[in-house]
Design a protein around this ligand. Structure first.
Ligand code: SAM
Ligand code: SF4
Length: 475
């Protein structure tokens, strides 16, 4: 029987990494990847639960497969990831043609569960324990993802990789479903992380992005009682030969310590790109969100960053229209964005999530049209700042890691060697230039000639032999 797999991934970088792991695992079990659900006999959706919209997209994609399943009952359809953990059997009710439901802590079981389906054992479900369904240790173990089996072909590019250093989250922000879907916060052991990073470097990876929900809160206590923190880990990873860039997302404001910032400053491979979501500029709202800091704390952190790492690029997330948000609260968020001048911000309209404290105790009382307006207004303010900020680079030369053809080039039918290419600076700024597909994976100096709010536009700086003729900006 053929084993043709199609996998679709939505959501965050954690999901991209999980899909990579699952594909690697299934390839070992004889599966091959195909490009469309039609060609596949196993279709997997790796899902996200953070907002309702992400879930609706999956139900609509599942709906499109209903007929295919009627024509070919042997086609296996599976839902994995956060939505599987959150909704569990509900998915079987809403989409009765689904055969498999697997939470993000149980992905290692997928090959066996698929085998069970093939051998006629019917629908399969594997999810982790709820946050109150056992001892802490047992719950924790039920959310541990399996040891990584890396597959370079599933990575965003062969020379870039994600590496999970932290599983789960214990912050319990009142709006957020992640502590339920991904389980308790646990730092992976530094030994595991380092050995995985070495494998990645040996496979030709030059850039690693460390992943965690609050990555800078990373902490691991070894059996001998030795504690490893984020700064220790960065120092150890920095030593790995072949690695040239280390990035990390997402950060928690309270844990952006002086010690961590000095470590970042002192390690040239570590990116001073700091994604530190503020979520709101109103103390009242931060309290309702139970974020654990005030606006003053956040501004203090910004001052610390400015003092220790003046070249850092800081970005943020915001939720607009959260329960009880007044016009004044919202204006305070606008003020914070203006004051902090973020490199960019991801702005989300509040979406009620079952199982969260906010869904139980607070009213989703901001009308949809108000959420829309605030979303657009904040986006416009951020865009203005990003555009002005990017103008600073016009005339400068920046170093980028070339990732591949730009979005524009990907849309064009022409697949000749010359096209618009895209790369990123150490600080995660997107740069496009006219180049050659073969340059993917190279570090190149680009002279910036123009800029929009999202993109720097330039051309390759010709390097003359002899003394350095230009100053590369590490931005
Ligand atoms: N762990 C990260 C942190 O604490 O910043 C982010 C996790 S979450 C996957 C990414 C972003 O989604 C959050 O920063 C927040 O802005 C947004 N988000 C989370 N829950 C949301 C909800 N119920 N409605 C709208 N946006 C939400
Ligand atoms: Fe969600 Fe808050 Fe944890 Fe981020 S820190 S994953 S927003 S609970």
């Amino acid at each position: 029987m053929s084993k043709r797999l199609y996998i679709e991934t939505v959501g965050c970088q954690m999901n991209v990494l999980d899909s990579e792991m699952v594909v690697a695992d299934l390839k070992r079990h004889g599966y091959e990847l195909v490009a469309t659900p039609r060609e596949a006999d196993t279709v997997l959706f790796n899902t996200c639960s953070v907002r309702e919209h992400a879930e609706e997209k999956i139900y609509s994609a599942l709906g499109k497969l209903r007929q295919a399943k009627e024509h070919n009952p042997d086609k296996t359809i599976g839902v994995m990831g956060c939505m599987a953990q959150k909704d569990q059997k509900l998915i079987f009710q809403r989409a009765p043609y689904v055969d498999l439901i697997v939470g993000p802590g149980q992905l290692q079981q997928i090959p066996t569960l698929l085998e069970n389906i093939r051998s006629g054992q019917g629908r399969q479900l594997a999810v982790s324990l709820g946050r109150k369904s056992g001892s802490q240790e047992v719950i924790r173990r039920s959310h541990e993802t399996f040891d990584p089996l890396r597959d370079p072909s599933m990575r965003p590019t062969p020379f870039q990789a994600y590496l999970r250093i932290q599983i789960g989250c214990d912050k319990f922000c009142t709006y957020c479903v992640v502590p339920m879907t991904r389980g308790p916060e646990q730092g992976r052991s530094p030994e595991q992380i380092l050995s995985e990073a070495r494998v990645l470097a040996d496979q030709g990876c030059v850039e690693i992005t460390l992943l965690g929900q609050t990555v800078n809160s990373y902490r691991h206590t070894g059996e001998d009682g030795r504690v490893t923190r984020m700064s220790d880990l960065l120092r150890q990873l920095h030593e790995i030969e072949g690695l040239r860039r280390l990035k990390f997302v997402t950060n928690y404001p309270k844990d952006m310590t002086e010690e961590l910032l000095t470590t970042i400053r002192d390690l040239p491979k570590v990116s001073p790109y700091l994604h530190v979501p503020a979520q709101s500029g109103s103390d009242e709202q931060l309290k309702r969100m139970r974020r654990g800091y005030t606006v003053a704390d956040y501004l203090e952190m910004m001052e610390r960053i400015e003092r220790i790492l003046p070249e850092a690029a800081v970005s943020s997330d915001f939720i607009v229209g959260f329960c009880g948000e007044t016009e004044e609260d919202f204006q305070q968020t606008v003020d914070l964005v203006r004051r902090c001048r973020f490199k960019n911000s991801f702005i989300f309209k509040y979406s009620v999530r079952a199982g969260t404290k906010a869904s139980e105790r607070l009213e989703d009382d901001v009308p949809e049209e108000v959420k829309n307006r605030r979303n657009n207004e904040l986006l416009a303010v951020q865009d203005e700042i990003s555009a002005a900020d990017n103008q600073r680079f016009v005339g400068q030369t920046v170093e980028i890691l070339v990732e591949g053809p730009s979005r524009r080039a990907q849309k064009q039918a022409d697949d000749g060697p010359l096209c618009q290419m895209m790369g990123r600076t150490l600080c995660d700024r997107i740069v496009v230039y006219d180049g050659n597909r073969r340059q993917a994976g190279e570090f190149l100096p680009i002279e910036i000639s123009d800029a929009t709010a999202t993109t720097l536009i330039g051309r390759i700086k010709t390097v003359h032999s002899g003394p350095e003729l230009f100053q590369l900006q590490t931005v």
